[in-house]
Write a protein that binds this ligand. Sequence first.
Ligand code: GTP
Ligand code: MG
Length: 196
Amino acid sequence: LELPRLSFFAGAQIPSSFPKEDVPELAFVGRSNVGKSSLINALGDTTTARTSDKPGLTQQINFYAAGNIFNLVDMPGYGFAYADEEARLNWKKLIETYISTRKSLKRLYVLLDARHGIKIADKEFLMMVEKSRTKFQLILTKCDLVLSKDIARRYQLIKEELKNYRYAIETPIMVSSRTRAGIDKLRRDLLFLVNG
Ligand code: GTP
Ligand code: MG
């Protein structure tokens, strides 16, 4: 299974730079370094999104066109303590504005590191998502770094915690951009969302 070819076409540091809403969008958000940009590359079989082992690399909202059928949207990470306060507040507002105003947004994916689960920064972020009444689905990333004997238990714990959220889709998705586990399943979900 393949997605249409991905190409970067817009980066926005302020809402007025968001591109027009002519195709459905799927957005990826989460703590710095959780693997958002890597996941977009894995989904598209490309290296078009820049990735780094240092948190805070993606500093604007990046829009990738999949053919001219839909967009994948890469967000700056939240919860990154090393970025200066002003920059952090800016990204936070930018992401909030995107989430609460973007009509073409078909699904918000909130990424969590499978090893760490829902941290305080995630709870704060999810509170904002809930306030904006945006439906979201969790993606647990880097599942190659969790021992297979621990995976089921961790998955259950997170699923249990999700019951506290009104706008959460019940079942998180597990992926690894490294081993490609879960990538085809996620591609199928994306294609279903944009075609349905
Ligand atoms: P920011 O843009 O800084 O918010 O980070 P990001 O969420 O875009 O993370 P990025 O994709 O840049 O990845 C961060 C680090 O995690 C990089 O060193 C990646 O190689 C690594 N990484 C990403 N996905 C995986 C994965 O599935 N498994 C493992 N083991 N490492 C991963
Ligand atoms: Mg990134």
